[in-house]
Design a protein around this ligand. Structure first.
Ligand code: CP
Ligand code: NVA
Length: 316
């Protein structure tokens, strides 16, 4: 089974992976050799700390081997993606790929003879969402009926929270005055809205981006507030994105998570990291007693191990 966008994962697949992640975290020694001799290739077009380390360290702790391939030092860029993936899948048992564009992860899944895990594309970040569900389950003891409010730019992380939430009854309210064009997935949004687990807050032109009352209303009824970068990693230092970066920073600044906005609220605070302190989140909130952020990042490792075992056990 591939892990591309969670759409083909059942509620049971997701809940089992969450429970297994918690079990692996509690009893890591029981899993030391369960994937002995297994080879994981990590093929990355973009930078990464958490996803790469969770994959590399995770498979090593399970008794297997990791092979990190920086896209630029391979011949992937010279050849047909499907051909190269076919070759790679003859060498390894599972591939964790971080591609710039979603279309490439779909092509890779089509060509691979082994499971492909999407390590974050411009449209989805499923391993992040699975780790986040683990953190929520561990902290609140449940997923169904939990209210999560995502505040920021509607992006890959937001989509995967919606896709996961839809399967397990996690209610995702989104306050996003901007949507990353690559993240537009109307079919997902409509399906989740129909199911009642996705509630977009329609800000409208008249309220203006500087009006945070809708944000306050959404926070007041949420168990969790979640934010992520206003600019995805591949654009951060891209000179051609400089104008857009400036526009976004101005438009998004009223939506920053900070102590004043969250004053008097019991809600837990989440962020997938890397955080841009002073932009989407004030630095002080990372260490706030309501913050789950570093628990969340640690859980990426345990959860990745559960994901690896899941896809290895099912094959393609
Ligand atoms: N949250 C996350 O995926 O982090 P990295 O980009 O560092 O992998
Ligand atoms: N949404 C951000 C962070 C993902 C970890 C990005 O794609 O760069």
């Amino acid at each position: 089974m591939h892990l591309i966008n969670l759409k083909n994962w059942t509620q049971t697949d997701i809940l089992d992976t969450v429970e297994n992640g918690i079990h692996i975290k509690t009893y890591p020694e029981k899993y030391w050799h369960v994937a002995r001799g297994t080879n994981l290739a990590l093929l990355f077009q973009k930078t990464s700390t958490r996803t790469r380390c969770a994959g590399e360290i995770g498979i090593t702790q399970l008794g297997g081997h990791a092979h990190y391939l920086d896209w630029r030092t391979t011949n992937f860029g010279l050849a047909d993606l499907g051909d190269e993936i076919r070759v790679l899948s003859a060498y390894v048992d599972v591939i964790l790929a971080r591609f710039l564009e979603h279309a490439d992860i779909a092509t890779a899944a089509e060509a691979a003879d082994v499971p492909i895990i999407n390590g974050c594309c411009d449209r989805y970040h499923p391993t992040q969402a699975l780790g986040d569900l683990m953190t929520i389950q561990e902290t609140l003891g449940k997923l169904e009926g939990v209210k999560l409010c995502f505040i920021g730019v509607h992006n890959n992380v937001c989509n995967s929270l919606i896709a996961a939430g839809m399967k397990v009854g996690l209610e995702v309210t989104v306050v996003a005055p901007e949507v990353n064009p690559a993240a537009e997935d109307k079919a997902l949004w409509e399906a989740a809205e129909r199911k009642g687990t996705y509630k977009p807050v329609r800000l409208g032109e008249t309220s203006g981006p500087g009006t945070p009352c809708r944000v306050r209303e959404a926070i007041a009824t949420s168990d969790i507030v979640y934010t992520d970068t206003w600019i995805d990693m591949e654009f951060f230092t891209d000179p051609s994105f400089a104008e857009e970066r400036k526009r976004r920073l101005e438009k998004m600044s009223p939506y920053q998570l900070n102590a004043s906005l969250l004053e008097g609220h019991e809600c837990r605070i989440m962020h997938c990291l890397p955080a841009h302190r002073g932009y989407e989140i004030a630095g002080e909130l990372l260490d706030d007693e309501r913050s789950l952020i570093f628990q969340q990042s640690e859980n990426r490792l345990h959860s990745m191990k559960a994901v690896l075992l899941k896809v290895l056990s099912t094959g393609v």
